[in-house]
Ligand binder design. Sequence first.
Ligand code: ATP
Ligand code: 5RP
Length: 311
Amino acid sequence: MMQRKGVTLIGIAGDSGAGKSTYVEHLKQLLGEENVSVMSTDDYHSLDRVERNKIGVTALDPWKANNLGLLIDHLWQLKQKRPILKPVYDHSTGTFAESELLEPRTVILVEGLHLLYLEKLREVFDLKIYFDTDISLRIKWKVRRDAEARGYTEEQVLEEIERRRPDVEKFIEPQKAWADMVIHYLPDLKKEPTEANPEPIRVRVAERMRGNKRRLVKWLVLASRLGLIAADHYHDQIAGEEMEIACIEGNTELSAMHSLLDMVSNNRYVDDQLDKMHYDPISVSQLLVANMIYELAHGTNMEAQRFAESR
Ligand SMILES: Nc1ncnc2c1ncn2[C@@H]1O[C@H](COP(=O)(O)OP(=O)(O)OP(=O)(O)O)[C@@H](O)[C@H]1O
Ligand SMILES: O=C(CO)[C@H](O)[C@H](O)COP(=O)(O)O
């Protein structure tokens, strides 16, 4: 990956269990592990699990349960290509572990509960995404994950989800208003579950109508008109603002994926990652978002950049 002068910071916000870290892991693979640093803002909790429960606050409280001041400081250090000594929150025990050194690479993918909550956070990002996974999937996934990996019983997770509901509404969901793009996973009820695809999902990509960050929806709509992908197109109010939406469903063939990438970009950054015969809606969105991040990191036209650098 060619290096632009700075680092490119991508912020992915959303509720617990929305699928943020899973998405980030896929983006990291698509962008090349050696080019990417990953951070979770769970490491910036200021209270451990016992302390939170003792005073009756949830991890979603930005002020009482999180050290957003340190997070802001660290993100701006990384933006200036400086390494940071990052705290570590261990979900398997609900306590803090030894801090770790984090070296900034070309792209830094940051995911967490409050990333778009404050202006000082929003300002640091080159792209801001809000993950708005349907509540039915969020509950199912959180219950499974927290019971398997975080030492909770199923009942405790369900109680915790209920206890958190007011904080989700107060602190997490309003952040949609600041996102360049809102990604919404929905169950695809029209599609029969199969062994290979037990949980068919549609992906709604929403972009705001104003500003210069409209990169994907118009291409998805065109690709759908051309019969390359299956996507509904409509407008909807999200956090009080009209946004343009493309909802991708079904599988996209390899040849159509190539054409779609040709349409959205002059570059073929993720071409060598196209190793399947078809792509589900999540993979389509990941390939397009990865390509977009490459472009943010390296410019929209590689040839032009090479030429500029050679002079
Ligand atoms: N696309 C997907 N399909 C099926 N299951 C998924 C998908 N994405 C995530 N999950 C499941 O949901 C669980 C939670 O996902 P993930 O850890 O990515 O969420 P998160 O938003 O990072 O949550 P948290 O903020 O609580 O760490 C995962 O353990 C995984 O099992
Ligand atoms: O909202 C969450 C994001 O992952 C977690 O619940 C929060 O980080 C606290 O973690 P734990 O429940 O493991 O103590």
